[in-house]
Design a protein around this ligand. Structure first.
Ligand code: NCD
Length: 302
């Protein structure tokens, strides 16, 4: 199995620190664009996205190009194909193309792990079902360090559709390695009890005000309708109980930051006033996605 990046759970804290330190070196100076490097010249990366993506796919493309690699993106929905068939097809197709690394997003949890057991090529997980989204947690960590100075001992509220969120899982694993205390909050039907047991120091609540009180970071999540069959809660009702509004911000620490992996739904999980406020780090997250993915691609191809 070639070394790739499949999840945060199996990374050691020191490995996370090394990736974040390297990401910092790739951040552009204020007012400048990302520098170009030659590190991965002659290498070919295949970006294989079986699920919709704007930010993640584009930022892997930019990151690869900034390092001098050739990258090609293959997109398509796997929804009509059964899991087994699509993965076996994928395996054979990719084996024949012989890329140097594969970046993969798939609706099946564990799909990149499956590929990595069968292909002698490093695989980078760009989101697998409801399981993990490791580069998202790394870019979130870099954004927290930029805005708050450190990852140590933070109190973080993650609010929304916890049940279907790979972003929540990867962030929980990462934050808990740095002594973070995470409060998970959402409608009871989207807040499975088991999530409270995946790492130490996790609390669960359906009360948004309780979740936000005294936190350093608020992470909002989208309701991921594509992963559920239940009748959706109407946008107005959802916003009333779980939408982040200016009055909530006063309950948190004075220097709280608001994050969201995107895509955001204004008026459902977050108000425009908060999304566009000084407290919001949403666009910093997008920007940091490139630096983090440069560090990750360099690491897996070095
Ligand atoms: C997230 C994802 O795909 O898991 N988005 C992203 O990568 N920026 C979250 C989401 O889709 O809601």
């Amino acid at each position: 199995m070639a070394a790739g990046l499949l999840d945060i759970e199996s990374l050691r804290r020191e490995e996370i620190e090394t990736i974040l330190a390297r990401s910092k070196e790739f951040q552009p100076e204020p007012g400048h664009t990302f520098k170009r490097f030659d590190t991965l010249r002659g290498r070919t990366i295949v970006n294989l996205f079986f699920e919709a993506s704007t930010r993640t796919r584009t930022s892997f493309e930019i990151a690869a190009k900034r390092l001098g690699a050739d990258i090609l993106s293959i997109t398509g929905s796997s929804s009509s194909v059964s899991k087994g068939e699509s993965l076996v097809d994928t395996l054979n197709t990719l084996g024949a193309m012989r890329p140097d690394a594969i970046v993969m997003r798939h609706s099946a949890s564990g799909a990149p792990h499956f590929l990595s057991r069968h292909l002698p090529i490093p695989i980078v997980n760009a989101g697998d079902g409801t399981h993990e989204h490791p580069t998202q947690a790394l870019l979130d960590a870099l954004t927290i360090i930029d805005r708050r100075g450190s990852l140590e001992e933070l109190r973080v509220a993650i609010i929304g559709d916890i049940a279907h969120s790979r972003v929540a899982r990867s962030n929980i694993f990462l934050l808990s390695k740095f002594g973070g205390r995470v409060v998970l909050c959402g409608p009871a039907s989207l807040l499975p009890r088991e999530m409270g047991r995946i790492a130490p120091g996790i609390e669960l609540t359906c009360d948004m005000e309780e979740a936000i009180r005294d936190v350093d970071v608020i992470m909002m999540l989208r309701v991921q309708f594509e992963r559920q069959e239940e009748a959706p809660i109407g946008a107005n009702e959802y916003f009333r109980f779980f939408g982040l509004r200016p009055e909530h911000i006063a309950l948190a620490r004075p220097d709280v930051i608001v994050m969201h992996p995107g895509p955001i739904n204004r008026g459902r999980e977050i108000s425009s006033e908060v999304a566009d406020s000084q407290r919001s780090a949403i666009l910093n997250q997008v920007e940091n996605g490139i630096a983090v993915r440069m560090a990750v691609l360099e690491r897996v191809l070095a």
